[in-house]
Design a protein around this ligand. Structure first.
Ligand SMILES: Nc1nc2c(c(=O)[nH]1)N[C@H]1C(S)=C(S)[C@@H](COP(=O)(O)OP(=O)(O)OC[C@H]3O[C@@H](n4cnc5c(=O)[nH]c(N)nc54)[C@H](O)[C@@H]3O)O[C@H]1N2
Ligand SMILES: Nc1nc2c(c(=O)[nH]1)N[C@H]1C(S)=C(S)[C@@H](COP(=O)(O)OP(=O)(O)OC[C@H]3O[C@@H](n4cnc5c(=O)[nH]c(N)nc54)[C@H](O)[C@@H]3O)O[C@H]1N2
Ligand SMILES: [Mo]
Length: 674
């Protein structure tokens, strides 16, 4: 019996560069399998390992999913709950919010959210409720990429207008700097990068699979990238490769940087960064000649001087004239605003009646510990108990009995264990939405392919119901999915509206590769590339990028990197048993010399610790990391680990130089045999 087989198409909305097309194979009402859409230009018939497992595993497993609203019946963090009706849950929330509003005002109600789903409505529409409420917001990007955004805004006026990936066909060189698509963008790694005809340079402390595939790999010591960039500028200047005509016409401040270059010789650069001088020279020459694309990773800026690093690296494109021509440009993220999506419409900023208040994720513990500052917390699209720094302190803060906490998720995460009320969210298979890839200049439909699981609801419906429970009356809070989808599709000028998008799956919003900054207009105060930035200076930063690097770790310490794991999506899928099997033991990779100096053998149990405490991990010895660097991966579920803690237990939550952003790749640890 094959006659009742249907194949429905949708799009993966995870926080990933790929935004894969998905084919859902159904027999009757039942989903048989979720696979990659063979006709989709990104997925080409295959999902990545983690999504292939989770979309046929926990995501569709009613025993793993939250299917009803829950009310806490045990102590905070204990994980004991009883099911309640939606009416009861929403009633309890409204009662608590109203009492806090009356006693302390809306600013003491906090919400924190990020990219659990990146679909536009489920990711943005709930903002209308919080704006109307007047709630305070934990600055979303401060957990991820705020330093890079700030740095690029200073220099180019925007961080959301990257190169068009299709322009790789015109590029002679592509340089990936502090980005590991083999884990964080598996299809971009497999197809876009590996199939590129351009000369491929990778700059990363870790020799990962993307580095292995490069034509030239620079194994830079973490936190030293500005020295590398300045050495490349030195070489470009020495070899007459600076595009002075371009700089004169389209930038300001080169004359402030030029005097810094003479001491930044290749020998100096090698001493600072650990990269052989000949390799730095070669990279500079090939990149400058161009046309060259530069992909600036988010991992790159998770460093104490991450903003400065981003400014220094991004300067290479301008200094060599690799801007505003086919096959040239830099990329950090491509925003949906560029595609026409009106963020102000989506977020309902106009509904706000009180000033907006926000703190960095790095300051979240301090905020939540203070009853004068915080009386309620909503967590949606986020799992702070796994992803945030200072894990033990955060758990204590979340244990406050007088912090009314609501968690909205698909799963009973570590964060949900601290909730007073848990609300079950629907998965992306269960509702219509729109996905805007942050790599490709495309827009895709997220099509509902099955009914919601149990009583779960899409974020947008949860917040409509919450607005009603609060007796709010503004029509924006109740806009229907149909209307939202139509308006968003119209904003992006999708011909035929959402229905056409739903049929097409994914559309290219521009027929031809887009040349970045083709009009040579930069949205900075001067309209030019601001190598020297008065705005940066006014904000307390240096006027220009500088060739400064981080201090070496203290004696005996290693610098611990914890980038994206190929098997997880941040902490998502951490509860999938098959994902757990594939990940295996939680390991720490050590350079052979560092291992020998500590008497640590392959597979040994080790203590990885610092002032915050220690984790027990398994040692893997491999020169894929440079001396002085230890490598593990982020975001296992703490409650599934032996010590009920993951790597963020060791993360002091140090800030980068810009945007109050995370410097998570600067953690220092000692490693000793267990
Ligand atoms: N050590 C270390 N820590 C890091 C990092 C690092 O490099 N090293 N990286 C940081 C970075 S880059 C980031 S972005 C953060 C990410 O950290 P988080 O934003 O916490 O991301 P996730 O852990 O995936 O949590 C997202 C949650 O949203 C839920 N979710 C999915 N879809 C929906 C939905 O439709 N509705 C609702 N309500 N929930 C949904 C998922 O089930 C999941 O529990 O972690 C940071 N933490
Ligand atoms: N499979 C999977 N995919 C993901 C995610 C996931 O958790 N799993 N997370 C998603 C999210 S939220 C994000 S933000 C992106 C993040 O994706 P990426 O931008 O790739 O960020 P990271 O994984 O933190 O780190 C990338 C690389 O930066 C390197 N790095 C660290 N410090 C330095 C430094 O000082 N200099 C240089 N040159 N390199 C350095 C690390 O060694 C690592 O190889 O991936 C997204 N995609
Ligand atoms: Mo991120």
């Amino acid at each position: 019996m094959t006659d009742d087989k249907t194949i429905l198409r949708t799009t993966c909305p995870r926080d990933c560069y790929d935004a894969c097309g998905i084919a859902v194979i159904k027999r009757g009402e039942r989903i048989v399998k979720v696979v990659g859409d063979p006709e989709h230009p990104v997925s080409r018939g295959a999902l990545c390992g983690k999504c292939a497992i989770a979309y046929n595993g926990v995501l569709r497993d009613a025993n793993a999913r939250l299917t009803q609203p829950l009310r806490r019946s045990g102590a905070k963090g204990e994980g004991k709950f009883e099911p309640v009706s939606w009416d009861t849950a929403l009633g309890v929330i409204a009662e608590n919010l109203n009492s806090i509003l009356a006693q302390q005002g809306p600013a003491s109600i906090w919400h924190t959210h990020y990219t659990g789903t990146c679909s536009i409505i489920a990711g943005g529409f709930p903002m209308r409720f919080f704006n109307r409420l007047g709630a305070s917001e934990v600055d979303p990007d401060s957990i991820c990429n705020a330093a890079g955004h700030r740095a690029l805004e200073y220099m180019y006026g925007t961080s959301y207008t990257g190169f068009d990936p299709r322009s790789i066909k015109d590029a002679a060189c592509v340089m990936l700097w502090g980005i590991n698509p083999s884990a964080s963008a598996p299809h971009a790694h497999k197809h876009w990068f590996k199939e590129a005809k351009a000369f491929r340079i990778v700059v990363d402390p870790v020799r990962h699979a993307t580095a292995e595939a490069a034509d030239l790999y620079l194994q830079v010591r973490p936190g030293t990238d500005s020295a590398l960039a300045f050495t490349m500028l030195h070489v470009m200047q020495r070899d007459g490769l600076i595009d002075r005509k371009f700089l004169d016409a389209h930038s300001i401040g080169w004359s402030d940087v030029e005097p810094l270059l003479p001491p930044c010789t290749p020998q100096w650069g090698e001493a600072q960064t650990g990269v052989p001088s000949a390799d730095i020279e070669r990279a500079a020459q090939i990149f400058a000649k161009g046309p060259s694309l530069l992909w600036l990773g988010q991992g790159l800026q998770r460093q104490p001087l991450g903003g400065n690093v981003m400014r220094a690296a991004a300067l290479l494109s301008a200094a060599s004239g690799n801007i505003a021509k086919p096959g040239a440009g830099f990329y950090y993220l491509n925003g949906s605003g560029r595609k026409g999506i009106d963020g102000e419409y989506l977020d309902g900023g106009a509904l706000r009646r009180v000033p907006a208040k926000s703190v960095s994720h790095m300051d979240l513990c301090g905020t939540l510990e203070d009853p004068a500052a915080a009386r309620a917390l909503f967590c949606w699209n986020i799992n702070i108990a796994a992803s945030n720094p200072d894990q033990a302190r955060l758990r204590r803060a979340l244990s406050r009995d007088d912090l009314f906490t609501v968690v909205i998720d698909l799963f009973q995460t570590d964060t949900a264990d601290f909730a007073d009320i848990v609300l079950p969210a629907a998965s992306f298979l269960e509702f219509d939405d729109i996905v805007s890839s942050y790599f490709n200049l495309t827009l895709s439909a997220q099509n509902k392919v099955t009914e919601t699981m149990g009583e779960a609801l899409p974020n947008q419906e949860i917040f409509r119901r919450l607005a009603a429970a609060m007796s709010f009356t503004e029509p924006e809070l109740f806009e229907s999915d149909k209307s939202l989808l139509a308006n968003l599709a119209a904003q992006a000028r999708v011909e035929g509206g959402f229905d056409a998008l739903a049929k097409a799956g994914t559309v290219d919003l521009w027929k031809q590769p887009v040349v970045q900054f083709a009009k040579l207009e930069f949205p900075t105060p001067s309209g030019k590339i601001e190598i020297a930035s008065a705005r940066a200076e006014a904000d307390g930063h240096p006027r220009t990028p500088l060739p400064v690097i981080d201090d070496k770790p203290a004696d005996g310490n290693l610098r611990l990197l914890s980038p994206a794991s190929a098997w997880l999506m941040n902490s998502s899928y951490g509860n999938d048993p098959t994902v757990g099997e594939r990940m295996g033991a939680d390991i720490v990779v050590l350079h052979p010399k560092d291992a020998r100096a500590r008497n640590i053998g392959e597979g040994a149990a080790v203590r990885v610790g610092n002032a915050l405490g220690e984790l027990r991990l398994t040692a893997k010895i491999d020169d894929m990391v440079p001396e002085g660097v230890a490598l593990t991966w982020k975001s296992r579920w703490p409650k599934q680990q032996p010590g009920r803690a993951n790597v963020n237990f060791l993360n002091p939550g140090r800030k980068a130089d810009m945007g109050g952003s995370t410097a998570v790749h600067s953690i220092e640890v000692t490693v000793t045999p267990a």
